[in-house]
Write a protein that binds this ligand. Structure first.
Ligand code: 5AD
Ligand code: FES
Length: 346
């Protein structure tokens, strides 16, 4: 075993220069993935937790340069689900065994705090044994508190990149890394289980940027870390930029598992969209969560963050069956419970 891997396995940390070497130079992949898998099994065994994802609006006021549902994409066909449709998705998901629902959307001003609270309360009343996760972007602290009081307990907000100069290259002037970090710390202080993360291979990203991402996550200590390869979308200013690399992305999943042994790490849809077995590979590299789509099939294609997104034609039951087979074939087992992170909010 290489010295680097041995240090990573035993100390769960590396120096800055070691992390840069790890990222820049080829690593013995099988050994790396085996070490990450052993670490994951130590804490979570062979469990894979499922989160039912409901993409309830693709309206967005932001204009992130990488994202297909950015406000500036006039070709995007916009939709919003009604509360009734969202509750139906939860009902269907519940019957399939899902005990966590993730309400994800663009930053859509139509959804006032009152509307979000009404929705969260309605789900909480119908499914008291489930966790409600929100992923609706940057808000004032008071809004996050209201959603929490209404029953939301988890929040996903990727920091996207922890380097201010790189953040500027990916986002317009109206957005700032400072506010994004403020949101993440507010969410933690309120008591949410927070998920953050970044894209791998986003335009202009350097190994130093990835190092900064890792150091930021070590400071934040999120319950969940979501990463995935950047995938080009033609209706964005980054249409000519290449997609991220699958191998680097898998290497980073393994690195994250060894640096954050107790974190929840999803095998994200972006992995599955890059490669037919991308999500299974991400599980074997240290991932332990999957987020199948529960949105009605009629709107799935419209939540078009990047090209060739998978699972846009399948019904919820088809995805469940498909995932069961995939998770089993990778050597793991679906667990039907809320799947709390072992990282506690301190
Ligand atoms: N490729 C990969 N991931 C993307 N996201 C947005 N656009 C893309 C893209 N083109 C990710 C962002 C966001 C999450 C919901 O999807 O990291 O936080
Ligand atoms: Fe959706 Fe495989 S998980 S079709």
């Amino acid at each position: 075993m290489s010295d680097l891997l041995e240090t990573l396995r035993t100390a769960h940390d590396l120096t800055d220069s070691e992390i840069l070497t790890f990222l820049r130079e080829p690593q013995p992949e099988q050994e790396l993935f085996a070490a990450a898998d052993a670490e994951r099994r130590k804490w979570y065994g062979d469990a894979v937790f499922l989160r039912g994802l409901i993409e309830f609006t693709n309206y967005c006021k932001n204009n992130c340069y990488y994202c297909g549902i950015r406000a500036g994409n006039s070709h995007a066909e916009r939709y919003r689900l009604t509360n009734e449709q969202i509750l139906d998705c939860c009902k269907e998901g519940y019957a399939l065994g899902y005990r966590t629902f993730v309400l994800q959307g663009g930053e859509d001003p139509y959804y006032t705090d009152d509307k979000i609270c009404e929705l969260v309360s309605a789900i909480a009343v119908q499914h008291p044994d489930c966790r409600i996760t929100l992923s609706i972007g940057e808000k004032p602290c008071g809004s996050y508190q209201r959603y929490y009081d209404a029953g939301a307990r988890r929040y996903l907000l990727r920091h996207e990149t922890a380097s201010p100069e790189h953040y500027r290259m990916l986002h317009p002037e109206s957005m700032s890394l400072e506010n994004r970090k403020r949101c993440l710390y507010d969410l933690k202080a309120i008591g949410y289980q927070v998920g953050s993360g970044f894209m791998i291979g986003s335009p202009y990203q350097t190994p130093e940027n990835l190092l900064a991402d890792i150091r930021f996550l070590q400071e934040l200590q999120p319950a969940m870390i979501g990463v995935g390869p950047y995938i080009t979308h033609t209706e964005t200013p980054f249409a000519d930029q290449p997609s991220g690399d699958l191998h680097l992305s898998l290497k980073i999943i393994a690195l994250l598992r060894l640096l954050f042994p107790k974190a929840l790490i999803p095998a994200t849809t972006a992995f599955g969209s890059m490669h037919p077995q991308g999500r299974e590979l991400a599980l074997k590299a240290g991932g332990n969560v999957m987020m199948p789509n529960l949105s009605p099939t009629a709107v799935r294609k419209l939540y078009d963050l990047y090209e060739n997104k998978i699972c846009t034609g399948e019904e919820a039951t088809q995805c469940k069956g498909c995932l069961e087979r995939r998770i089993q074939s990778a050597g793991y087992r679906i667990v039907s419970d809320v799947g709390d992170s072992l990282v506690k909010n301190v």
